[in-house]
Design a protein around this ligand. Structure first.
Ligand SMILES: C[S@@+](CC[C@H](N)C(=O)[O-])C[C@H]1O[C@@H](n2cnc3c(N)ncnc32)[C@H](O)[C@@H]1O
Length: 212
């Protein structure tokens, strides 16, 4: 593992203890709620959530799929995944697989080794991850490839292109960048694209790309 990635994951292993306190439900609620609506979930869907962190999305997703289908939650931090697993056990959710993996390795070959060659995701939610991942464009390419035809890739993340104090604070807390042209890259991949940049006082966007 590269040194900078190792440092970030070590940080999240510790931050996991207080993540749900420091990143409480209300802070991203509007953006999360909108992101999940954009997925247009149906019972029985296969959903990939990368990075799943402490599993804050799971309760939102279950409201739509009611413990049916399959949620694959992927993250690299053991500490964050332990919190996610605790939520799964406490709620007795049977449709969630938690897998520890580096986002840059999640591609069609990887999915085939975990499941089988034919599995594709009906929807993918990538929230607050691409601002921190190395090779983030490649991660978007891979996720797009993992989608079933007409599948939806929803990305929620920060975009503050001009340097500000708030941007510096978000970078420090999240150990990522805030000026990557993430939604613009997704837009370049699909004709069926929309973006809403109104969340968290204009700092957070939710972008949706549909696979043609
Ligand atoms: C800001 S948290 C977001 C977690 C979750 N999506 C949420 O919204 O609460 C960033 C997450 O990315 C994970 N992460 C960072 N680099 C990663 C990588 N290369 N592969 C997989 N997960 C990674 C961290 O462990 C952390 O859980």
């Amino acid at each position: 593992m590269r040194n900078s990635l190792k440092k970030a994951i070590n940080y999240y292993d510790i931050f996991a203890q207080v993540y749900d306190l420091f990143s409480p439900k209300w802070y991203y609620h509007e953006a999360r709620d909108y992101s999940i609506k954009q997925l247009q979930l149906k019972e029985g869907d296969t959903i990939l959530n990368l990075p799943c962190g402490t599993g804050q999305n799971f309760e939102y997703i279950q409201e739509y799929i009611n413990n049916t289908g399959l949620i694959i939650g992927i993250d690299l931090s053991d500490g964050m995944l332990r919190k996610a697993k605790r939520k799964v056990n406490q709620n007795d959710w049977k449709n969630i697989h938690i897998i520890q993996e580096d986002a840059t390795k999640v591609n069609t070959t990887w999915l085939a080794t975990q499941y089988d060659n034919t599995l594709r995701a009906d929807v993918i939610l990538c929230d607050l991850g691409l601002s921190g991942f190395p090779a983030w464009e490649k991660v978007i390419d891979n996720l797009y490839e993992l989608l079933a035809p007409q599948g939806r890739l929803v990305i929620m993340d920060w975009y503050l292109p001009k340097p500000t104090l708030r941007g510096e604070l978000i970078k420090w807390i999240g150990k990522g960048e805030v000026d990557r042209p993430i939604y613009q890259y997704l837009q370049s991949k699909t004709n069926d694209f929309s973006v809403n940049t109104s969340f968290n006082r204009g700092g957070v966007f939710v972008a949706t790309g549909i696979k043609s």
